[in-house]
Design a protein around this ligand. Structure first.
Ligand code: ADP
Ligand code: MG
Length: 378
């Protein structure tokens, strides 16, 4: 029997829970062509939410096309343009020969190199000469608007892992170029989302940055306990197994409502369950999850300085005033300046999260591992 949980892939259909408000909000933005920015740590469900809203919106509005550009592996401006053009050309064509024709028709100054693989539907690849593209990127950046007008449709371009543009060679210049083009579009809009909260905030919430006030910005939260509990129960039930409420609650609290980890721990618990899942089974599954990740965490520790580790120690121990003389002495933190430097780096590295002055770990399993294993012996 196949396990009824998924993680590390986009959650769809019965694997997707809650998010009703966010979905409705996003569908409305898509249909009204409102530019949107979504920020949350990785694995909280951005890609899944966008996918769900895109599917719904396109179903409701047949004249709306949504194209997703994933910047996961994109590290340069050149790769960006190529991925962008490919997604738009393919996303707005229903047949591969139409994609080829569009590529020829919509580029007049840039000459695309088109190659067709054995399975044309999935293997039409479009490339450009980088020197040309750098000189005249307009044809690519205005492609959504031009396609939308020519085909009499609306287009929303969703760009996943958008924070990667901050690492391009001249990110400010590049962002200015994007904004200058995109803000003029009437028939196309943009949904930009990404993980590194710190970087995304720099790009979108800093008044001196080109993308400041570009659109409707929202933070995606984790999923409520209530929804996760009924989700877990329902998924167990769908395979003929049951789970107690206490066990569901335990999964959610051990994973701190983290959507990815909730599914993963549910899966591990499900695998250990013959008929009825109990808290004991969840506890064992949790230990195995921590064990499974411990090598990864140990490697992560090697990327920290001694002072950063001391800082983590104090946070794990629940110290509220890390920079008090007593706490600094206890955890070998050398000075208040050092503490604040450590904190800054740990936030930048997406290890810690600071919300309304309250520090928390982005990864609940890492926090548990630190507490129960790494710092245990000290
Ligand atoms: N609405 C949801 N319902 C249930 N599980 C979800 C939901 N959203 C995300 N998840 C879980 O989290 C994992 C990561 O989701 P994803 O959309 O890839 O996050 P992100 O794009 O923010 O990194 C999914 O594989 C799934 O296990
Ligand atoms: Mg994602």
């Amino acid at each position: 029997m196949e396990a009824p949980f998924i993680f590390g892939r986009i959650a769809t259909a019965e694997n997707f829970t809650d998010r009703q408000q966010e979905t409705a909000h996003l569908v409305n933005n898509f249909e009204s062509l409102i530019n949107t920015i979504i920020i949350s740590p990785r694995r909280w469900g951005k890609s899944s939410l966008v996918h769900k809203a895109a599917t719904l919106a396109q179903h409701e509005d047949k004249r709306l096309k949504i194209c997703v550009v994933d910047l996961f592996n994109v590290r340069s401006e050149e790769q960006f343009y190529t991925a962008f053009a490919r997604s738009l050309i393919q996303g707005t064509a229903t047949r591969w020969d139409e994609a080829v024709e569009n590529a020829r028709r919509f580029f007049t100054r840039l000459v695309p190199k088109i190659s067709i693989g054995a399975d044309p539907m999935n293997e039409v690849s479009i490339d450009f000469d980088w020197e040309e593209m750098k000189r005249i990127p307009d044809e690519i950046l205005d492609l959504p608007e031009r396609l939308a007008i020519a085909k009499d449709i609306k287009i929303v371009v969703c760009i996943d892992e958008f924070q990667n543009v901050a690492e391009f060679e001249d990110p400010l210049f590049f962002q200015r170029k994007l904004r200058a083009h995109w803000q003029q579009h009437q028939k196309a809009s943009y949904c930009l989302y990404g993980s590194k909260r710190h970087m995304m905030m720099e790009v979108f919430a800093d008044p001196s940055m080109p993308f400041y006030k570009f659109g409707d910005l929202f933070f995606l939260d984790k999923i409520d306990t209530e929804h996760l509990v009924s989700f877990i129960r329902e998924r167990f039930h769908s395979t003929g197994k049951e789970i107690t409420d206490a066990a569901c609650l335990k999964i959610v609290s051990l994973t701190d409502n983290h959507p990815y980890y909730t599914q993963q721990l549910s899966q591990l618990s499900w695998l250990r369950t013959a008929d009825d899942c109990t808290e004991e089974i969840v506890a064992k599954a949790h230990e195995s999850l921590v064990e499974q990740l411990s090598l990864l965490f140990a490697n992560l520790m090697e990327t920290f300085t001694f002072q950063q580790i001391c800082y983590l120690h104090a946070v794990v121990a629940g110290e509220k005033a890390v920079t008090s003389a007593e706490t600094m002495y206890k955890y070998h933190i050398s000075s208040a300046t050092s503490a604040s430097r450590s904190l800054k780096t740990l936030i930048k590295k997406d290890i810690l999260d600071s919300k309304a002055g309250e520090l928390s770990f982005q990864d609940p399993i890492f926090a548990y591992w630190l507490k129960s294993r790494y710092f245990k012996a000290r």
